[in-house]
Design a protein around this ligand. Structure first.
Ligand code: FE2
Length: 290
């Protein structure tokens, strides 16, 4: 069964993104929100802390680098005071949860691995699609920070490039609460940077590509307002960002990043999976679940 029309596929290839309305049901949204809330409620804040500032940076780098096969909470930078004490409501202070809910938690798995998604991403060019990371993004009222213009292929890098984002709105996303902003057509620009593990393997860095000086026309960013339940498909090379949430309304999103397993996955990508939890193909998991 085909879920995307010829016009939708053409729109995606021309603009580097596509909105599919009403992708998630109301009950999917409730299940995801409840699932995320339960993760945060069970989260032990002491996981984030060590006793010296120097070790703290190393600790947080490791906390992030080892999250590719785990479910971990990441907090807004304004959530803690200088002494490291949480100064905000714990749930709202979360920036995101990542990065393997889709493979570790059955209610996230059920909503992530769907025939409709397989049909969509195959229609957009992925031959052997696999979900390599899941993120539950909070962007809470008043504290949810801005996300600078970037491309997802910088962080989810394959050779050749194949990253495709599936950004699902769990609340109405508007200009007021920090909806996605996209430069239509910017997926045709070359990749500027790669986000990799450093040589020691204990931190990360950005590495410029030969095209790193290509300027993005940031004045062409347009807001893409969507309703709760809508899906925004993002080409890995499309430039996008979002503003901080200064409104009184939450802007939660559940985001999957997919790649084509026919490409290669470099060893210095920040995201690595251990042998016991390899990337799974969308097709295989869907067959197992049904
Ligand atoms: Fe992104």
């Amino acid at each position: 069964m085909k879920f995307l029309s010829k016009q939708q596929i053409e729109f995606y290839h021309q603009n580097g993104y596509l909105v599919v309305e009403q992708y998630l049901s109301a009950s999917d949204i409730i299940a995801l929100k409840n699932g995320a809330k339960a993760i945060i409620e069970q989260f032990d804040l002491s996981e984030l802390k060590v006793f010296t500032t120097e070790n703290q940076i190393e600790h947080l780098d490791r906390y992030f680098l080892e999250s590719g096969d785990k479910v971990r909470c990441f907090f807004e930078k304004d959530a803690f005071d200088e002494a490291g004490k949480l100064v905000w409501n714990k749930t709202e202070a979360v920036n995101k949860i990542g990065h393997a809910m889709h493979d570790l938690m059955p209610h996230f798995e059920r909503i992530s691995y769907r025939k409709v998604l397989l049909s969509i991403v195959q229609a957009l060019g992925l031959k052997v699609p696999s979900i390599v990371q899941s993120q539950y993004i909070y962007k809470s009222p008043k504290i949810g920070g801005a996300v600078n213009p970037h491309t997802d292929s910088t962080f989810i890098y394959t050779e050749p490039l194949s990253c495709l984002g599936a950004w699902m709105a769990l609340d109405d996303a508007t200009v007021k609460n920090g909806c996605l902003r996209i430069i239509p057509g910017s997926h045709l620009y070359p990749l500027q940077q790669q986000y990799v593990r450093n040589e020691e393997g204990n931190g990360t860095k950005f590495v410029d590509t030969p095209d790193s000086r290509v300027m993005w026309p940031l004045e062409e960013l347009i807001p893409v307002e969507v309703k709760a339940g809508d899906l925004v498909l993002l080409h890995g090379s499309v430039v996008h960002s979002s503003e901080a949430n200064h409104s009184d309304f939450a802007r939660h999103a559940y985001v999957l990043h997919l790649v084509d397993l026919e490409t290669s996955w470099p060893k210095d990508n920040w995201l690595q999976r251990p042998r016991q939890l390899p990337f799974r193909t969308l097709k295989n998991v869907i067959e197992i679940l049904n």
